[in-house]
Design a protein around this ligand. Sequence first.
Ligand code: FES
Length: 176
Amino acid sequence: MAIHHTELETPPGRQPLPESERPKLETLREQLQPLKELPGSSIEALYAAQDLFSYVPPEAITMIAEELSIPESQVFGVVTFYTMFSLEPQPPYVLRVCRDLSCHLAGAPKLIGALEEELGVRRGHTSPDGKFTVEVVSCLGLCDKQPAMLVNLDQHGPVMPDDVPDLLGDLRNGAG
Ligand code: FES
């Protein structure tokens, strides 16, 4: 049986979804319908949630578990396993650069340095304008695009340090 968002509870210690964001839960519910019969569709469901909210709020975890008939703990486990999903609200752009060996050898450290310099922020932090967070993560599964990075859930690579000003400029102008 489908549950309605008014019935969705927030786990202790997690911030409830702001009232202004709650209408998106119904959009999420609609997007989950085609996934109900698909085994192993929790990742796709979480992509949908992260895309809608820019993070995975607790109410979305509850809804995904209910709609896909899987334990909430299993959905939570997937969220925490994959670095592209976040349990906390994010700035508009989260830049995740792969640090693993192949990307490292292909120039990831220089790419990370260029992002930090251009944004005036250290990895793991949000830029002073509140728009960007730079994260350094393990393999993104984009090993054919080294050095690789994600802008939110969009794949980019290879990205060279010289590409950074244009990439950030496009994002600032809403063209990314
Ligand atoms: S090693 Fe960097 S994306 Fe796989």
